[in-house]
Design a protein around this ligand. Structure first.
Ligand code: NAD
Ligand code: DAU
Length: 349
């Protein structure tokens, strides 16, 4: 792998992945970051990488729905590997406006696959980053495995399921060298503050209401983002072509427990005897339609076959994450104000 095209590299996991490749692995090739810079994409998340690795990192503002532009990049940089993160990723937005999800997640993935097929002789691997949400919802018992049947419940998860099926079909039909990962909920630095954890951290800091959907009993399995990046790189370098791997954190928690933990930690970091504990800010709001109750991952395949397992515990990961958001208020303010799009124009042209 010499020339890796990373799609969606200005988003939360993509930016962490690019940073991870440069800083934590022996990868010595070039990364071509292709991102449309939607509201969720922030070039600023990699501004230091952009300065430091001028000969090994390049960014292109390109929409993956624009097939000719993608193909031009594919050929001009002699791409031999694709790691595909680009997606509309937020479930609540998919409920309000599903169209962008079908465009990017289905048509965009299809475009990549077609280019990969056309230049199949040069392609070593296309890794598709997917989600555990394609499997639907669990009750109190059981775990998702790689053979759990697909039963997506939101427009987001249905669009990701469609992309997974296309990726798998291109391997079966055309022999495209693919790998795929279905991962649980990520948290950590650079996550857009619409997702549960960064939203609660920032609202709790500012003593704003903490909106918990339904009764807060829904369960998610939380994985620190660098562990996910490590899993993806492990699959890309050691995974069997044509295979899919479930990735999880072994960290199931009810939403209410997550929010209470964040409140307790912030009370300790920013103590104020004259104020109520931040857990008093919790406000139960109307539930998300079609809200999946529980996700839980059986990741024994990647653990036994490739030797990967998560390194970060939730207690250390969540504290690191809270401190990261407190120490990066400039990044946070720009993202929240939407000004970062103007800032990008000014700084990068
Ligand atoms: P994100 O929303 O933070 O980032 C998505 C990135 O894709 C943004 O930079 C955005 O600008 C870019 N993008 C969107 N549409 C595009 C288009 N048409 N063309 C080019 N770029 C486009 O998402 P994330 O949380 O980093 O998720 C990345 C991937 O990982 C997604 O495929 C998601 O389904 C998957 N995933 C996420 C999680 C999670 O907990 N966040 C868990 C499992 C899997
Ligand atoms: O499981 C992997 C998925 O995790 C990824 O595929 C998605 O891209 C990612 O967004 C995430 O989906 P969720 O819907 O689980 O994440 P979110 O942070 O939106 O919500 C986590 C839980 O918290 C969920 O049960 C809904 C609840 N929630 C969320 C928000 C934003 C609240 O109670 N209040 C909120 O304000």
């Amino acid at each position: 792998m010499q020339n890796i095209m990373v799609t969606g590299g200005c988003g939360f996991i993509g930016a962490n992945f690019i940073r991870f490749l440069f800083e934590e692995t022996d990868f010595s090739g070039r990364i071509v970051n292709v991102d449309a810079l939607t509201y969720a994409g922030n070039r600023d998340s990699l501004s230091d990488i952009e300065k430091q690795y001028t000969d090994r990192y390049v960014f292109h503002k390109v929409d993956i729905c624009d097939a000719p532009a993608l193909e031009e990049l594919f050929t001009s940089y002699s791409i031999d590997t694709i790691c595909h993160f680009a997606a509309e990723s937020h479930v609540d937005r998919s409920i309000v406006r599903p169209d962008a999800f079908v465009q990017t997640n289905v048509i965009g993935t299809f475009n990549l696959l077609e280019i990969a097929r056309k230049h199949g002789d040069k392609l070593k691997l296309l890794h598709h980053v997917s989600t555990d949400e394609v499997f639907g919802s669990l009750g109190k018992e059981g775990f998702f495995t790689e053979t759990t049947r697909y039963q997506p419940n939101s427009p987001y998860s249905a669009s990701k399921a469609a992309s997974d099926h296309l990726v798998r079909a291109y391997h079966e039909t055309y022999g495209l060298p693919i790998t795929m990962s279905n991962c649980s909920n990520n948290y950590g630095p650079y996550q857009f503050p619409e997702k549960l954890i960064p939203l609660m951290i920032l609202n709790a800091r500012d003593r704003k209401p903490l909106p918990v959907y339904g009764d807060g009993s829904n369960v998610r399995d939380w994985l620190y983002v660098s562990d996910h990046c490590d899993a993806i790189w492990t699959i890309m370098t050691e995974g069997k072509r044509g295979e899919t791997y479930n990735v999880g954190g072994d960290n199931e928690m009810a939403n209410l427990e997550v929010v209470n933990t964040i409140c307790r930690l912030i009370d300790e970091i920013l103590p104020d005897k004259n104020q109520d504990p931040r857990s008093e800010l919790i406000t139960f709001v109307k539930d998300r339609p079609g809200h999946d109750w529980r996700y839980a991952i059986d990741f024994s395949k990647i653990r036994t076959e490739l030797g990967w397992q998560p390194k970060e515990s939730f207690s250390s990961g969540i504290e690191k994450t809270i401190r990261w958001y407190f120490e990066h208020s400039e990044w946070v303010d720009r993202v929240l104000s939407g000004e970062y799009q103007d800032w990008i124009e000014e700084h990068y042209g």
